[in-house]
Design a protein around this ligand. Structure first.
Ligand code: ADP
Length: 605
């Protein structure tokens, strides 16, 4: 790979441009600048000035047929055309002017030649030298490839006291515990060598996006106080085959020089994807992966280089990469639970002024399913909202509103619903809430609003679970489906017609009921047989069917039956409570936003 030639073209390009500019300057600007100072006068003025003794120096240029002269004080330069004047010499002598033939306005031909030709060339060679030196430095010395090709470009965070620490990463206690061992090893490798234990060479952090994988890797480096090399998987993949492999080599070379240290490869699935047998695969990626595998084998255990990598798609990684001896430890970094969410909120609110009424427990409950990155975003949105309304501290209302902003987008200020539409939306949302509240298993509603949002939602019902749930019973899922159909059911009960507003509810209800049948074994017919497998666990959880076409037909039928039953149940609940439904919808229609307490007090009145 070392014989990659230095690309000459760009350099020549710059040389030519510099040369052109200098030439243009010489030919156009210089003569113009010199000319400007010389005033042209007629010959009679020259004669009268000579006779009045106002002329200082005179140069007669016979070649160009002109006379150049100055005034007495040598302050101004004049020129005039030559006339056949045999008495001129005598007249000049009489006037006492100097006419020794000395050049007044022009520099010596030698100096002029030096300035206009030699100097530009010297400057231009100087610039060329400087640029090639700089490029060489960037490429890492005269022997390496030019323009940084094949260089790893890894960002190095050398140890610093303000680095990220484990205390900055809230929640994720299991992951932290796992990584603490690494820190301990980097501090005191002797302890491990004595027993004969060796550290894992590579640790794979897996989990959904925004759960703090990058942060954890930085925290390990911060705690261990060692250099931290960070690079993203996609940065290895280059246009030319072999470049990525060269980068991997370079990264490991640098790391070994700086050992003990941590090398972090983010989104490792970009290079670590399974190699497939097909012809014409991605050569560059495969070579890069092969190089990575070789390098991981190459460095000895206990050499002090610890490799951390992060991915959201562990299932797509090449088995050779995840085998023992390479990335042999897998640390799951999951979405935070209730306690974790509360801690993350607290960590991020440290640099924010908080009002007295802030209750992080409640916010954490409201933001169920949010990742660490989303929680950080919620805190920041709340702070921005506080500033926008001219307050000095963040209040609970700011945080609650910012959850809605993160979930549903900003309030649409100028979306004007017709009166009829607004009534339908009000009934729709109360339909959800009422069905939820009337089923004993459903969580109480936190808030119902019919203010349109930028995400396109015309209104929504926010349900908040009291505690953390890890399991859901069959009844709970069924009730959830009933709640989802509640909006449409209310429209049917009250208006006798249906609208497009329920599309999202329909999608969710279908997904849930399909999962009940195909994945959770909650149907009588299929018992505990998996009909679907989840492929992308951390990125949305797409499922692919794994059954015959006949079974699929049966599944579809069952899904319809299941949703239908729950829809019927929701309709029944609303018909039975028609009076409450009207009362609540009217209240919501007028107020636009109803809190959980208001809702319950009207319901129980
Ligand atoms: P990932 O690498 O998992 O996609 P990052 O580590 O880049 O996620 O996290 C993105 C941001 O989210 C961080 O900069 C931090 O502000 C916030 N964050 C995520 N998880 C946590 C956590 N557990 N504790 C504190 N902040 C977190």
């Amino acid at each position: 790979m070392n014989e990659v030639k230095r690309p000459k073209k760009p350099l020549i390009y710059y040389y030519v441009i510099v040369l052109l500019i200098l030439l243009l300057f010489n030919f156009l600007a210089m003569p113009y600048m010199m000319q400007r100072q010389i005033q042209q006068v007629d010959y009679s003025t020259f004669i009268s000035m000579t006779e009045n003794g106002q002329v200082g120096q005179v140069e007669i240029q016979e070649q160009t047929n002109q006379v150049i002269f100055t005034d007495k004080d040598n302050t101004a330069i004049y020129k005039t055309g030559m006339v056949n004047d045999p008495d001129l010499t005598q007249r000049l002598y009489d006037s006492g002017a100097k006419f020794s033939g000395e050049i007044i306005e022009q520099m010596s031909p030698l100096l002029s030649f030096l300035l206009t030709w030699i100097l530009p060339i010297v400057i231009f060679i100087g610039i060329g030298q400087y640029m090639s030196k700089k490029l060489m430095e960037r490429a890492g010395g005269p022997n390496s490839m030019a323009f940084g090709m094949g260089k790893s470009n890894a960002k190095v965070y050398v140890k610093s006291s303000e680095g990220i620490r484990f205390s900055d990463v809230a929640g994720e206690d299991e992951a932290k515990e796992n990584l603490t061992e690494i820190v301990d090893y980097l501090h005191n490798p002797g302890k491990y060598k004595e027993v004969g234990a060796s550290m894992p060479k590579g640790i794979l952090l897996v989990g959904p996006p925004g759960t703090g994988k990058t942060m954890l890797a930085k925290a390990v480096a911060g705690e261990a106080n060692v250099p931290f090399f960070s690079m993203s998987g996609s940065e290895f993949v280059e246009m030319f085959v072999g470049m990525g492999a060269a980068k991997v080599r370079d990264l490991f070379k640098q790391a070994k020089e700086k050992a003990p240290c941590i090398v972090f490869i983010d989104e490792i699935d970009a290079i670590g994807k399974k190699r497939e047998g097909q012809i014409g695969g991605n050569d560059e990626r495969e070579q890069t992966l092969n190089q990575l595998l070789t390098e991981m084998d190459g460095f000895e255990e206990n050499s002090g280089v610890i490799l951390l990598a992060a991915t959201n798609r562990p299932e797509s990684l090449d088995p050779a990469l995840t085998r023992p001896g390479r990335f042999d430890r897998r640390v799951p970094v999951e979405l935070p639970d209730l306690k974790g969410r509360e801690e993350i909120l607290k960590v991020h609110s440290k640099k924010i002024k908080l009002g007295p009424d802030v209750d992080f427990g409640k916010i954490a409950r409201m933001a169920s399913g949010a990742s660490g990155a989303e929680l950080a975003n919620i805190i920041n949105e709340a702070a921005l909202r506080a500033v926008r309304s001219g307050r000095k501290a963040v209040m609970q209302a700011d945080l609650e509103e910012s959850i809605e902003v993160v979930i549903a987008g900003y309030q649409k200020k100028n979306a004007i619903l017709t009166d009829k539409e607004k009534r339908i939306v009000a009934y729709h949302e109360i339909g959800h809430a009422l069905v939820a509240a009337m089923q004993s298993h459903s969580a109480p509603v936190q808030k119902i609003t019919i203010v349109p949002r930028t995400s396109g939602a015309l209104g929504y019902t926010m349900q908040v679970e009291e505690g953390e749930h890890y399991l859901m019973s069959k009844e709970e899922i069924e009730n959830k489906i009933a709640t989802l159909t509640g909006g449409r059911a209310a429209e049917e009960v009250v208006f006798g017609s249906v609208t497009t507003g329920a599309s999202n509810d329909i999608e969710q209800a279908t997904k849930l009921s399909r999962a009940m049948i195909t994945r959770y074994g909650m149907s009588e017919e299929f018992d505990m047989v998996a009909m679907e497998t989840v492929t992308n666990q951390y990125l949305g959880g797409d499922a692919s069917l794994a059954c015959s076409a006949e079974t699929q037909t049966q599944i579809d039928k069952q899904v319809v039956t299941l949703v239908k039953k729950q829809h019927e149940k929701a309709r029944q609940i609303l018909t039975d409570n028609r009076q409450k439904l009207d009362e609540l919808a009217k209240y919501l229609y007028e107020k636009e936003t109803v809190t959980g307490e208001e809702f319950m007090s009207i319901l129980n009145a």
